[in-house]
Design a protein around this ligand. Structure first.
Ligand code: P6P
Length: 331
């Protein structure tokens, strides 16, 4: 039997053929994101040489220092998506407000992304990534789009979500709700090659991933949960880059948490372009994602950059912390 060698485009086209009436729009969208991912991968891998490491001196709407590569990645994603004519508006961690896309006035999608999550880790060569959400437009084309209405949709309505991780290799992982598919970039030919057509989070690794440095500000449920993990022999693994921590747990099992605390009751991670896309992927891979009391995918967003506590990974671990948190509420 010949080896099944599928590029990202071949794989998506084959699956579009499974959906009668598919227009090929989705292939164009994901190819555009893949193109931006190839450019960002090239830039990240030569950052120290091309003098694009470091900060711009600005701070973004998140009050975080903006890295030069944050802006480069943000620009490359917008430059790749706009010409498709399929995207009416773009939401980005690096943009205070939605970006209306002139070429996409009749576009049927909105795309939100964190262009380079974990970018403060670039200078130490830790894995970083692009995280993206794709929603179907709710407003009528030509109706003077209200982009926020198109963007503030719960994760359960996502058309697709994915991430590109720039690590020891560059990988693109996405789901449209029919399983999780992973591709590895072959830089020699500039193609993302299929590596797993139905990725499952069933590795069973006893790993918990959280920033325990914040524990003095945690509530008793989070403190109790980590104590239980330690008592049961779980190992701690924390890169400090969501895409890196998430990808390890997706492949091997385990749980990642970024709880709310006394200083930041809603935690640090953003719902629309970090937590919801990762929750969609994790649920499709057989895991769970919660804010401690409800599914991440059921949260109705009210603001573009809103944050949420995040507990994501193996179903058993997430259910355990939800039980603990419900008990602490009754104490
Ligand atoms: P802390 C990176 O800045 C990021 O947004 C995520 O990628 C990562 O999971 C988190 O922040 C790390 O935050 O407070 O542990 O450094």
């Amino acid at each position: 039997m010949t080896a099944h060698y599928s590029t990202l485009t071949q794989f998506i086209r084959a699956r579009e053929r499974d959906h009668p009436g598919a227009t090929g729009d989705f292939t164009s969208l994901l190819n555009a994101i893949g193109l931006a991912g190839k450019r960002i991968s090239r830039d990240v891998n030569r950052a120290g040489i091309a003098d694009i490491i470091g900060v711009t001196g600005d701070t973004n709407v998140q009050q975080e220092k903006v890295q030069k590569l944050d802006i480069i990645a943000n620009t490359e994603l917008i430059q790749a998506l706009a010409p498709t004519g399929l995207v009416c508006a773009i939401g980005s961690e690096e943009e205070d407000e939605p970006v209306e896309v002139e070429q996409g006035v009749n576009g049927r999608y909105v795309v939100l992304f964190d262009p380079l999550d974990g970018s403060s880790n670039i200078d130490v060569c830790a894995p970083i990534g692009t995280i993206f959400s794709i929603y179907r437009r709710k407003t009528t084309p030509g109706s003077g789009t209200n982009s926020l209405e198109d963007m503030l949709q719960p994760g359960r309505d996502l058309a697709a979500a994915g991430y590109i991780i720039y690590g020891s290799s560059t990988m693109l992982i996405y789901t449209t709700g029919s399983g999780v598919h992973s591709f590895t970039l072959d830089p020699a030919i500039g193609e993302f090659i299929l590596t797993n057509s139905d990725l499952k989070c069933d590795g069973g690794a006893k790993v918990y991933s959280t920033n325990e440095g914040n524990s003095p500000r945690w509530d008793d449920a989070d403190i109790a949960w980590v104590a239980e993990m330690k008592a049961e022999g779980y190992s701690a693994r924390y890169i400090g880059s969501l895409v890196g921590d998430f990808h390890r747990n997706l492949l091997r099992g385990g749980i990642f948490t970024y709880p709310g605390d006394k200083k930041s009751p809603n935690g640090k991670l953003r719902l629309l372009y970090e937590c919801a896309p990762m929750a969609f992927i994790m649920e499709q891979a057989g895991g769970k994602a919660s804010d401690g009391t409800q599914r991440i995918l059921d949260i109705q967003p009210t603001a573009l950059h809103q944050r949420t506590p995040l507990y994501i990974g193996g179903a058993n671990e997430v259910e355990r912390i939800e039980r603990l948190r419900s008990m602490s509420f009754t104490q």
